[in-house]
Design a protein around this ligand. Structure first.
Ligand SMILES: [Zn+2]
Length: 116
């Protein structure tokens, strides 16, 4: 994954990006905001890869289905099962970021305001 700024090409991989509220938004509780590049102060936004979106949906839906299924068949899980599922989730997230998303896929794009 390419973490460079789309405007100035600075490496933002280990940088903390500031959230800047859009005009008309409260400075302490903004619902609409953009990220600010620490190098060029340009307005950028992050984007999610399709695989990340699918992974997040799976992490939310799969435990619900597994719990429902276990409830229906009367299976009781132990704490070790819980830890195993949490560990698999963390390893899965790491694997998706490392192996599925290509190295030249850009994490940040120039900010474009979406009007609802
Ligand atoms: Zn920049």
């Amino acid at each position: 994954m390419d973490y460079s700024c789309p405007l100035c090409k600075a490496d933002l991989s280990h940088r903390r990006l500031k959230r800047v509220p859009l005009s008309g938004e409260s400075s302490w509780l903004a619902l609409r905001w953009h990220l600010e590049c620490p190098g060029c102060k340009g307005a950028i936004q992050s984007r999610q890869h399709q695989t990340e979106k699918a992974f997040v949906a799976a992490v939310l839906i799969l435990p619900l289905l597994l719990n429902s299924f276990a409830r229906v068949i009367g299976l009781k899980g132990s704490f070790v099962d819980f830890l195993a599922i949490v560990a698999l989730t963390v390893i899965g997230a790491f694997a998706v970021r490392t192996f599925v998303i290509s190295k030249d896929w850009e994490r940040y794009v120039p900010f474009r305001e979406n009007r609802l």
